[in-house]
Design a protein around this ligand. Structure first.
Ligand SMILES: CC(C)(C)CCc1c(C(=O)O)[nH]c(=O)[nH]c1=O
Length: 313
């Protein structure tokens, strides 16, 4: 079965790719993704200057393989490292390149977007709206006015199709408000739903201790436990976005089954985070095969035949 797809004007031979943040901070990790069965790759969200991130342990899998918790603190090489990588990237290798940006301020996001615009490269920018906002204010993705103000500055600078990485929403009014904002910007080509479910707390019952060190153990939740929230965000934006805007799914994909569900919910591509962290890049081959087996069993030749076709009662 054909798993290829197009996003923001670039063609992915396979709709599976990594979630930003996992196995994508360093060039050697990015090469591992290129050498895998993934159809594309996205870099670790970049900030203006390089960052070490939070003290460890800052990532932990949850017992029973139900998911993960992380408070990495945006460890990355600084945007110029990823700009250089994007300048020497072989765009004829068959897999497109996505670059994630998470400025610590609108000024930082503006400067990074201007640098990528001036370099005029075929890579696709994915702006991480879980980036922090002013102190005391929620992350950008939860501040509708700040999110619209940021897009009014960044969308014209980027000029060409780009994507935004969104935190999960849990209120229908928020789906409505966020989608109405995104529909105002013609060059928002896609949204990636979801980033980790913010500020969970994982505690080990034997040691009576939080699993991760930063933020008193508070961190973003990922993996199978966030699947239903992710499916809802994928489908909510699939139903609300117009003018051909697409949705990339991220959240809870451990096998072909969850990838299939995300496509039913409306996803044009599917990112894998926690399962990639736990299993390694072989996950792309395994999930691709499982998805193709499911499609064959159901008689689907390509994903267009069932994308967004989730039935309701
Ligand atoms: C949470 C932020 C540090 C503000 C952004 C980077 C990020 C991180 C991180 O680097 O801690 N972890 C996630 O699960 N998603 C993210 O978007």
């Amino acid at each position: 079965a054909d798993l290829s797809t197009s996003i923001a004007g670039v063609k992915l031979p396979n709709l599976l790719l990594n979630a930003s943040g996992v196995n994508c901070r360093y060039e050697n990790e990015l090469q591992q993704l290129l050498d895998s069965s993934a159809g594309s790759l996205v870099t670790k969200s970049a900030t203006l200057n390089s960052r070490d991130g939070n003290p460890e342990p800052r990532y932990a899998p949850l017992a029973g393989q139900i998911g993960s918790i992380n408070s990495m603190g945006l460890p990355n090489q600084g945007y110029e490292y990823y700009l250089e990588y994007a300048k020497k990237f072989d765009y004829n290798n068959g897999k497109p390149l996505f670059i994630s940006l998470a400025g610590m301020s609108l000024a930082d996001n503006k400067a990074m977007c201007e640098a990528f615009r001036d370099a005029n490269l075929p890579c696709v920018l994915e702006i991480n709206f879980s980036c922090p906002n002013l102190p005391g204010k929620p992350q950008l993705g939860y501040d509708m006015e700040a999110m619209e103000a940021a897009l009014k500055v960044l969308a014209p600078i980027i000029g060409k199709p780009f994507g935004i990485k969104l935190p999960p929403y849990f209120d229908i009014a928020h789906f409505d408000q966020a989608a109405a904002i995104f529909n105002k910007f013609d060059n928002i080509a896609y949204v990636t739903c979801i980033n980790s479910v913010g500020n969970g707390l994982a505690i080990d019952w034997e040691s009576e201790t939080a699993l991760i060190k930063p933020k008193d153990g508070f961190g973003g939740l990922g993996g199978l436990m966030v699947l239903q929230t992710s499916l809802a965000n994928v489908n909510a934006f699939y139903r609300r976005l117009n003018n051909g805007k697409q949705v990339i799914a991220c959240g809870g994909v451990t096998s072909g089954k969850e990838a299939f569900l995300h496509i039913l919910a409306g996803a044009s591509a599917v990112q894998i985070g926690t399962q990639l962290q736990e299993e390694g890049t072989g996950v792309f081959e395994r999930v691709s095969k499982e998805l193709q087996e499911i499609m064959a069993a159901k008689g689907y030749k390509n994903v267009e035949e069932f994308r967004g076709k989730v039935k309701t009662l």
